[in-house]
Write a protein that binds this ligand. Sequence first.
Ligand SMILES: [Zn+2]
Length: 460
Amino acid sequence: MRTFAVILALVAAASGVSRAASAQSSDLDPRIEKLVASVSEARLGAILKKLESFETRSSMSSTNSPTRGIGAARQWIFDELKGYSPKLQVSFDTYVVAKQGRFTRDVEIRNVMAMLPGRSPRRIYISGHYDTVARPGGQGAANAGGAPRDPDAAGPPPADPNTPLDNLAPGVNDDGSGTALTIELARLFSQSGLDFDATLVFMCHVAEEQGLVGAHLHAEKALAQKIPIEAVLNNDIVGGDHGGSGIVDGATIRVYSEGPEDSPSRSLARFVQRWGGRYVPSHKVRPMARPDRFGRGGDHSAYNELGFTAVGFRESRENFIRQHDTRDTFEGISLPYLAQNARVNAAAAATLALAPPPPGVTNERGQPLITRAPTGYDANLKWNPAPGAVAYRIFWREAWGPDWQHDVLVGNVTSLVMPNMQIDDYVFGVAAVDAGGHESFVSAYVSPPRAKTTIKTVQQ
Ligand SMILES: [Zn+2]
């Protein structure tokens, strides 16, 4: 990777950037390597034990006990995050949800969010959901029946809809694991001393089990307030390596993303694979070209629904017997596996947050900035400059197949002509690169959907 450093140093010199990258002997940032290496299994374990001690974190459980139920749990998460660094802005993101669907009464719900302000307002989220649920029969019974009913369907309604739902629901994997990962990364990032370009948000969502409600309401608010959420890395059930089938896999993680194939969420999934693979080569990222598992949901989809870029991390081998069940306990967790998943999240989020935002590749009418000029048979790519970029990396692949096949680094320019490359035969994309080699995710050139046509006919 020495070539990269040399090219980047030349690029930096040519563009008048004083912070030459020549001191770097690889395109990995030692500060990110250190961050990734700091993920602590012991800390993750301690957080999970604490979360389990609340016995239930159901969004409809009691809020008046200091040790049991969601009231105690959210206050503990708040205080824990608050203690990490004065730089971390911790708050409750509160809503009152009216009686509807799985809410048998009006309920006040609170996401717990910790924000680490960057130089720019663009936001990168790392998230999980801290609420839990346990139903008679659990997820195992729902799947084993083979019936196509919603596996997340609610249990029987309570005799009194106004009593708190206080049955035991430890939820250590679902989604204590994603919550612990989020809390641990809030600690590492806020104590890293790194100066990030993007604002990082460590978000513990609530009421996921009632239909992605906490995430949905937050995404709605972000949309209304025009908050630039650039990417959401959502983690839900990421702590178990023993599948219910008996197969053990502690070396891979699935990352789900909605289509179409070159959507920003797919691009984010490829990014996680690329940078997770570089900083944590011992852990394989498996991108899944679908929004989520069959019949299952997660908070990343609430962000997708409102137009945000978001992916969902899922352990590779699930144990349905434990899910939505009193058996979702600490014994079902592999701390080394959860730590690996945290490292992949850390590598992707740190790279994204240090990198410039992805460059725009469309004009103001939404048309892709790609033509066949000058000969009519060339690939002529243009893009809008990304603030903070000193170089761009161009990716391409045959217009069949999901993974980038080739890439080349170009300088601080906003166009490239590739002679004799038929644009109809390849997918092209551009990422922005800063002086330290940090890369944004790729903006791909895609045709906008064809407008619907109506053909007028003459009455005969
Ligand atoms: Zn979950």
